[in-house]
Design a protein around this ligand. Sequence first.
Ligand code: MG
Length: 384
Amino acid sequence: MKIEKISVDVFTYPARLSRDTAGHAHPGPEKLVKLAMLRIRDEDGTEGYAFGPQEVIRSHVIESFARKVLIGQNVFDREKIWHDLAHWQRGSAGQLTDRALALIEQALWDLAGRKLGLPVHKLIGGFRDKVPAYGSTMCGDDLRGGLSTPDEYARFAEKLVSRGYKAIKLHTWMPPISFAPDAKMDVKACAAVREAVGPDIALMLDGYHWYSRTDALYIGRELEKLDFAWFEEPMEEESAESYAWLAAQLDIPVLGPESLPGKFLSRASWVKNNVCDILRAGVAGVGGIGACLKVAHLAESFGMNCEVHGNGAANLNVVGAIKNCDWYERGLLHPFLDYEEVPAYLNSLVDPMDSEGFVHLPTRPGLGEDINFAYIEANTVERY
Ligand code: MG
């Protein structure tokens, strides 16, 4: 049961993504990108895996924290290991991030699932075998035929509805797009999409994250008229006061926090102080599957939903094991990209969606990723 080895394989695979100067993903020419696979092995030889950026689990993080804390510990003692790592964060000079914590803990869940022959959501305690997905668009761009005008959002929304999606979330324009941010343009895009898809598709907006209170209030009131399901992260989340001010004035549910640090602790303050209507947490952002479950259960205890942030195996397994989450975030999506295309390092998608818009929870042991080990072995560029 003891953890024996921790290692990382860094490999390349082709992707058609580029990042703008603010870090937002857009379609781009195909090129090789790097990805890291964390591998934790116990003394019986069972392994667990988690994928993430190399920077998050670079060799310093593995050597100075992961190996020091994990080697020799019982592989099933996730909560103890997580707290041991979290204690190291304070003295790590910012080097051991919540994202690193999340990847390490994720690999432990994967290992436990593989060892016991159970999907992680069943190991936690399953709530459902399928979940409706919302199509989550990329941010607006200046690509003709892409997401550069309200009309292009509307045409893309029609395509998503015909694919089966019963809900769509818009990410609208942000700098460095020349005219962004523009509250009126965001509202125009939302109105065009509502008109295109009709009244029965759930719609959400995740716009510019640094709007002023007054711009956020204007957008929120317009979204109420368009019957949107929620209004996500319109302002700087460090200002809980601004969110409380906004939520008190709007009928549309205000959702957050997504990017605020502080794990489940900062979210507890948001609940206590009536800062939002729907809580938010993603596995990577709050430091792991266990921490994300704590946020979801906190919300449930106060009669609130917790909408899980982001796609991928870890978030999907959390969604499969909680009741108070209405949707799985599938994306990011763009007219120029095919989300159904399986990346080279996997044999199949972890979140296949049927024609009714339901994503089916994985049934294979662990997190459910169908890993193409031969591809990774053949394309590894660094190992530590
Ligand atoms: Mg968001």
